[in-house]
Design a protein around this ligand. Structure first.
Ligand SMILES: Nc1ncnc2c1ncn2[C@@H]1O[C@H](COP(=O)(O)OP(=O)(O)OP(=O)(O)O)[C@@H](O)[C@H]1O
Ligand SMILES: [Mg+2]
Length: 167
């Protein structure tokens, strides 16, 4: 698991279950007001990772691939916090992006936001977001690169790395 640059590391997932388990570990460590932006092509595993994150965070219902709703809201039992699962695949331009109300959601200090196809809203993604790039290496293998530009968020990623990989 090489450390690529100061605030990034990568790992390999060997199957969708492993991707979900990684997500669950990360989800259990997330402070409120965390944005997780997911990058990667169709079928890379963004939704699998998001499902794990939701489960680890404590979402009462399982996260699913959005059909018509681009933004799905989830709650958990232990507090009033919300998790927003956002899929921007169908967002084609700035105008469509503006009608979504993403800016308000990103300002919610109690919320966690997971954004699939985050490159479609790159101007809105905060600097302290967790970024996960997913690459398809073969049918069942994915390379996941976790990074951030903020030292506070890096502490969250370090705790996640320790919990998942012991280092
Ligand atoms: N290691 C892996 N991690 C995650 N998914 C995997 C892995 N290996 C195979 N898969 C398969 O890849 C697919 C990933 O689907 P998923 O919906 O998570 O992708 P996505 O990145 O959200 O795609 P989309 O852009 O269409 O939303 C699933 O069919 C899953 O079974
Ligand atoms: Mg998806």
């Amino acid at each position: 698991m090489p450390v690529l640059e100061p605030l990034s590391f990568e790992c390999i997932s060997h199957g969708e279950e492993q991707t979900r388990r990684l997500g669950a570990r990360l989800g259990s460590l997330l402070p409120a007001h965390t944005v997780i932006s997911l990058f990667g092509p169709l079928g890379a595993g963004k939704t699998q990772l998001a499902r794990g994150i939701g489960a680890g965070w404590g979402a009462l219902q399982s996260l699913r691939s959005p059909t018509f709703t681009l933004i799905q809201e989830h709650r958990r039992a232990k507090d009033d916090c919300l998790l927003y699962h956002i899929d921007l695949y169908r967002i084609e331009d700035e105008v469509a992006l503006q009608t979504l109300g993403l800016e308000e959601i990103l300002e919610d200090e109690h919320a966690v936001c997971i954004i699939e196809w985050a490159e479609r809203a790159s101007v809105l993604i905060p600097q302290d977001a967790i970024r996960v790039k997913l690459e398809i290496t073969n049918e069942s293998k994915r390379r996941l690169t976790f990074s951030t530009q903020a030292t506070m968020t890096w502490q969250v990623l370090l705790a996640f790395r320790k919990s998942a990989f012991g280092v």
